[in-house]
Write a protein that binds this ligand. Structure first.
Ligand SMILES: Nc1ncnc2c1ncn2[C@@H]1O[C@H](COP(=O)(O)OP(=O)(O)OP(=O)(O)O)[C@@H](O)[C@H]1O
Length: 258
């Protein structure tokens, strides 16, 4: 009678893994319209289970076909989210991997090229003073090749003059985003994916949505200067990272790029 409470270690492991999976799915879809689709599917699944338990053959048959045939449709609808989910799993051990690589630095001197955050932030401050709009994406572990290919490639060591010239209003390069990899500006005029998050306040336009979009889909971090307000934003993991002053921003950026 009480057989169902006879839990084995594997059952507990099973429940924990399902909970982790659901947590990641929730984290991924939180604040997007996709969460409503998941709720819809969960609702149909629940009704299907009830109709099966009540032996309502016809309805449970229809719902069963609907759910099984829907897998392909789901892959198409959620292709961006599935991509991000796989990226998230693939980069979970990012910090450990990096520190391990740091220990092997003496073997491979080019592994961890330090990004000159001082120069990037100095350029942002200068652009903030003149209200020059800018969007700088800094690559971390996920490759941004798929974005670099749609912009103009470049190979210039990061410094204030380069960044300010790129975003100078009359420069032909100022539109779109600039990508930095290993302390080099590797692309300009890049079109980023726009976030469809419903959490972004309406006062933020496409530049902010693009920064949020790329940081949702990859582990890149973004620095943004608003053309409207001159405000500098730091965006990571699809969210604004709050900071009190320039030094705190510098500290956070250095930590994220370490
Ligand atoms: N998909 C995109 N990828 C990269 N950059 C983009 C993208 N869409 C728009 N931008 C950049 O954002 C600029 C338009 O910004 P918009 O005024 O809509 O944004 P905003 O978030 O309100 O920023 P701001 O505060 O600077 O006005 C464009 O000129 C372009 O340079």
């Amino acid at each position: 009678m009480l057989d169902f409470i006879d839990f084995s270690f594997l059952d507990i492991l099973d429940i924990v893994l399902v909970a982790i999976l659901l947590y990641y799915v929730y984290k991924l879809l939180r604040g997007t319209v996709a969460i409503n689709i998941v709720i819809g599917i969960a609702f149909i699944f629940l009704i299907w289970q009830i109709t099966q338990a009540l032996k309502m053959e016809m309805l449970s048959g229809i719902l069963g076909y609907l759910l099984s045939g829907g897998v392909i449709a789901l892959i198409i609808v959620f292709q961006q989210e599935i991509r991000k989910f796989l990226l998230m799993i693939g980069t979970t051990n990012y910090t450990t991997k990096k520190s391990f690589l740091n220990q092997l630095k003496f073997l491979q001197s080019e592994i961890n090229i330090e990004i000159d955050t001082d120069k990037i932030l100095k350029a942002c401050s200068n652009m903030a003073k003149t209200k020059t709009g800018a969007l700088i994406v800094i690559e971390r572990t996920n490759s941004l090749d798929f974005l670099i290919n749609n912009g103009d490639s470049m190979n210039a060591l990061v410094n204030e003059v380069i960044l300010e010239s790129i975003f100078f209003k009359n420069s032909p390069l100022h539109d779109g985003a600039t990508i930095i990899r290993d302390n080099y500006v590797v692309a300009t005029r890049v079109v980023l994916p726009i976030s469809d998050s419903t959490k972004i306040p309406a006062r933020f336009g496409l530049r902010h949505r693009a920064a949020i979009g790329v940081s949702e889909k990859t582990d890149a971090v973004c620095l943004l200067v608003s053309e409207e307000t001159g405000e500098i934003s730091y965006i990571k993991d699809g969210e604004f990272v709050l900071f009190k002053n320039h030094d705190e921003l510098d500290e956070k950026l250095k930590k994220d790029l370490a």
